[in-house]
Design a protein around this ligand. Structure first.
Ligand SMILES: CC(C)(COP(=O)(O)OP(=O)(O)OC[C@H]1O[C@@H](n2cnc3c(N)ncnc32)[C@H](O)[C@@H]1OP(=O)(O)O)[C@@H](O)C(=O)NCCC(=O)NCCS
Length: 183
């Protein structure tokens, strides 16, 4: 597929919010932009499957989820790295902004779902994704940006400038209680 420029896409948030400094450090064959409404067809879920088991909801439900996220302004920032030669997605990442009553009505950026296509790993794409997401978080006024990761990935996040802090706790709901949110 030929490369699709941002001007022809329906994007999750304005592309101008992405750091130019990081954009300029990418290889000329790689483009970073917000998630687009048609990215289901560019392999968005294939890249996420590098991270965990992905259940494909089908394109219609995927697009409905995209619009549900966009309906919450200034909250969801999902980015993708695209191979300009193929128009296929090779890296993904999300930061969502949590508003608080603490810290003078402050906000916290939560980084989630970072994945780079297996064949593209080791080329600093992961680092650039984290730099873009951290920039989006800080430009949203967040006083900190946080994430959870496996022990194996601690050195990667340290290379991205993150430090280890506290612990993660989790409680999974019984399967029969888990429902998709109404779109
Ligand atoms: C983790 C992941 C996002 C890293 O992306 P990547 O593009 O391969 O990493 P980069 O090339 O940007 O690496 C940046 C630096 O971190 C280092 N690094 C990356 N992963 C590492 C790891 N697991 N252990 C140690 N160092 C690591 C790289 O060597 C590089 O170091 P350098 O600057 O000294 O050369 C990618 O491997 C991936 O998608 N993994 C599977 C999904 C996953 O685990 N996601 C994270 C969920 S928390």
């Amino acid at each position: 597929m030929p490369f699709t420029p941002d001007s022809e896409l329906d994007l999750l948030f304005p592309a101008e919010l992405i750091s130019l400094e990081v954009k300029n450090q990418l290889h000329q064959d790689v483009h970073v932009r917000p998630l687009a409404a048609t990215d289901y067809r560019r392999g968005h879920l294939d890249v996420l499957s590098v991270l965990t088991v992905v259940t494909d909801p089908g394109e219609e439900a995927w697009v409905a989820q995209f619009h549900a996220m966009r309906a919450l302004p200034l909250t969801y920032y999902m980015i993708v790295m695209v191979d300009k030669n193929t128009d296929v997605i090779i890296g993904v990442g999300t930061v969502f902004i949590e508003r608080k009553f603490l810290r003078g009505l402050g906000s916290v950026g939560h980084i989630e779902d970072i994945a780079v296509d297996k064949k593209q790993q080791g080329k600093k794409l992961g680092l650039r994704i984290i730099q873009v997401l951290t920039g989006l978080s800080e430009n949203s006024g967040c006083y900190k940006t946080i994430l959870n990761c496996s022990n194996d990935n601690i050195p990667f996040y340290q290379k991205c400038g993150y430090v280890q802090k506290e612990n993660e706790m989790a409680k999974y709901a019984p399967k029969e209680h888990v429902q998709s949110p109404r779109l």
